[in-house]
Design a protein around this ligand. Structure first.
Ligand code: ZN
Ligand code: ZN
Length: 172
């Protein structure tokens, strides 16, 4: 989805709110809800500011137990561009060589889907947990320890106790 920002860029002092709700494709991420984003575009004398916040629910994978679980993401964003950043040549193309700007702007048209896609990637947690006290998987048998203890844990405790008991015996 393209949004023409040329009016905003021409009008110093302008503030334009914009509400977006829709599907966005993000490679390698399963989105469980449409993306909802509230934008505020403003033109201060010096810069063009794109700010707001987005909400989306994704299917995350717990780093400890590898279970998939729904995760709600709320992400505030803010990008500031100078007049120079958004300067056009006589053909209406961006003069800047900045790849970040060129990836979301075509002339003065903002690629809203690409902007949101990039921000969703920034918002993804690096180590998602299904719950703060997730017990993870047993390193020996791979059982999900949130679903109950496995035999391995039992044996480990047993052998530790056995050693202690042997020690006690020797002391006596
Ligand atoms: Zn987990
Ligand atoms: Zn085990």
């Amino acid at each position: 989805m393209k949004l023409d920002l040329s009016e905003l860029i021409k009008s110093t002092g302008a503030v334009i709110p914009f509400h977006f709700e829709g599907e966005i494709e993000v490679e390698g991420v399963e989105l469980l809800s449409p993306v909802v984003a509230d934008f505020k575009f403003s033109n201060t004398h010096r810069s063009i500011i794109i700010e707001g916040e987005l909400d989306v629910s994704i299917l995350a994978e717990c780093v400890r137990c590898l279970k998939h679980f729904p995760l709600s993401i709320h992400f505030p964003f803010q990008e500031v561009y100078t007049r120079q950043d958004l300067m056009l040549d006589t053909k209406g193309n961006l003069v800047t060589e900045d790849e970040d700007i060129r990836s979301i702007f075509e002339g003065h048209n903002l690629d809203l889907s690409e902007f949101l896609r990039q921000n969703i990637i920034l918002a993804l947690p690096s180590a998602p947990l299904c719950s703060p006290d997730c017990k993870g998987l047993c390193p020996i048998c791979g059982k999900n320890l949130n679903e109950g203890e496995c035999q391995c844990a039992q044996q480990k405790v047993d052998s530790r106790w056995r050693k202690l008991l042997d020690y006690k015996k020797k002391e006596v």
